[in-house]
Design a protein. Structure first.
Length: 175
C-alpha cells in the first residue's frame, strides 16, 4: 500500500508539472551587434597575437609596456558588455544613421550604455565610440571606449566613490 501511495504521489506531482516552454534560442538583433563583432575581433586577435604598445594610467601615474595580450576577450570585455541587443531594450535607444555613421542614443538616463557611435567606410566599421555610465548613491562612473580596428583601442574611465575619492583611469593600446 505504501509503495502504491508513493507511486500515486509521484505520478500526481509529475503530471502537474507542464514541460518548460522552449526558450527562443535565436537571439534577435535590434541594433548593431557589438557582442558578436568584438567577440570575433577578440578571437582573431588571439590568433594573430599582435605586439601591443599598452599604456595604463591611474590619475597621474602611468606605465607603458610592449606586450602580447593572451586573452583578448577579457581585454575587450567592456566593449562586449556595452552591447544593447536585449529584448527589454528593444525600444530604449534612438538610432540616427547615414552611409558613414550610426549613432545609438539611450532614451533613458538609467541605462548603462548611453551612446554608441560607429563610423563606417564602405559599410564596414572603422571606429567605435561607446559612452557608458553608472550612477547610484555611493558610486558614479563614466567610461569612454574607443576602438579602431587593427590600430588602437582606449578605455577612459572616471570614477567617483562618495566620501572616498575620485580616480581617473586610461588604458590605451596601439597595434
Amino acid at each position: 500500500m505504501n509503495i502504491l501511495l508513493k507511486a500515486f504521489a509521484l505520478f500526481f506531482l509529475l503530471s502537474g508539472c507542464s514541460p518548460a516552454e522552449k526558450e527562443n534560442t535565436s537571439n534577435q538583433i535590434y541594433y548593431f551587434d557589438l557582442k558578436t563583432y568584438f567577440t570575433k575581433t577578440a578571437t582573431e586577435l588571439n590568433r594573430k597575437k599582435p605586439l601591443i604598445n599598452k599604456t595604463v594610467s591611474k590619475n597621474e601615474l602611468s606605465e607603458n609596456k610592449k606586450i602580447k595580450i593572451t586573452d583578448w576577450k577579457t581585454e575587450l570585455a567592456l566593449f562586449i558588455d556595452a552591447d544593447i541587443n536585449k529584448k527589454a531594450w528593444k525600444e530604449s535607444y534612438s538610432k540616427d544613421s547615414s552611409a558613414t555613421k550610426i549613432i545609438y542614443t539611450a532614451k533613458e538616463a538609467d541605462l548603462k550604455t548611453q551612446k554608441i557611435e560607429i563610423d563606417l567606410k564602405n559599410g564596414l566599421p572603422v571606429k567605435f565610440k561607446i559612452i557608458t555610465k553608472m550612477d547610484n548613491l555611493l558610486y558614479h562612473s563614466t567610461e569612454e571606449l574607443e576602438f579602431y580596428p587593427d590600430s588602437v583601442y582606449s578605455i577612459n574611465k572616471h570614477q567617483k566613490v562618495t566620501i572616498i575619492s575620485q580616480n581617473n583611469y586610461l588604458i590605451k593600446g596601439f597595434f
